[in-house]
Design a protein around this ligand. Sequence first.
Ligand code: ADP
Ligand code: MG
Length: 332
Amino acid sequence: MKLQEIGEFGLIARIRKWMAASNPSLIQGIGDDAAVIDIGERGDKVVLVTTDILIEGIHFDRTWIDPYRLGKKSLFVNLSDIAAMGGTPKYFLISLGIPINLPFSFVSLFYRGLKDGAKKFQVDLIGGDTSLSKKVVINICLLGEGKRQNLLFRKGAQVGDDLYVSGTLGDAALGLKILRKKGLKKGPKGLVEKHLSPSPRIQLGKAIGKHHWATAMIDVSDGLLIDAKHLLEESKVGARIWEDRIPLSRIYQKWIHFYSKDRYQLALSGGEDYELLFTAPTQRRGKISALARSSKMITRIGEILPEREGFYIIKKDGKEYSPLRLGFEHFG
Ligand code: ADP
Ligand code: MG
């Protein structure tokens, strides 16, 4: 069988079956934004672990992103997975694959970005590994902590819950399209910057976890639809999303029609927003609006349905459709 036929997530599902975990202290293994391990501490403190890989030519291009931003971004995409659990990031390890001709200044600027990013979120680098390789390869493994009762998983969404998302969607994907077409110098800065310098929603994730309002959460890294689908699958539920409620930034609305006929396409299927997608019972609407006002923007975009009703989008004119191409998938 070809990998293309099973896709990235089909492959992960098989790995999950092959490698079923047996250690009783594992609270959450494969299948969420971070693994959760019980360390037997009083006060229900648990350890969170997540890892992400960035490969030159696949995730980034050295002609678009400078090493400083690349260093920060490498860390921030991992921080976003800890945010999605409602946890606090603490320590990380970094492994680098470095081509022989890479200038030393690239590595030193990369670490400067990494250092500033780490300082901002009070995380420490504690180790890593270094190897020669054909392309730049960056792998970070991030450790965090959280209180067990405050954590949010992909599973947990209940039929009747509201579906919310933070911030605006599609900016990073539109920024990437613009970078590909126009290069670094010419595009609208705001959109390009969203792609190059995402910001992880650590504070918001912790606030959502601490209040115990939400039932499930995931970060939007691959695209709203595909990440919503992961949450729905783990929770064994369906959902409907109202397309015209999807939060779009002003700058996205200004530029999208130059790049796509469909105004919502990149907001639905583009990746790298690093916003939080979560579910909460309808009785919490008032509290969540208050949180939305006091912190980052939060928008109610849909509702959770029984699994048999599936997953679909409702357009402004009332027409429904089930998304075919959900988002970015490696090998897909
Ligand atoms: P995210 O987008 O939040 O980083 P992924 O979709 O990459 O999550 O991964 C989903 C789940 O599968 C996570 O629990 C992750 O740790 C796990 N996973 C991904 N790739 C592998 C792999 N090659 N082997 C084992 N687990 C994997
Ligand atoms: Mg994630």
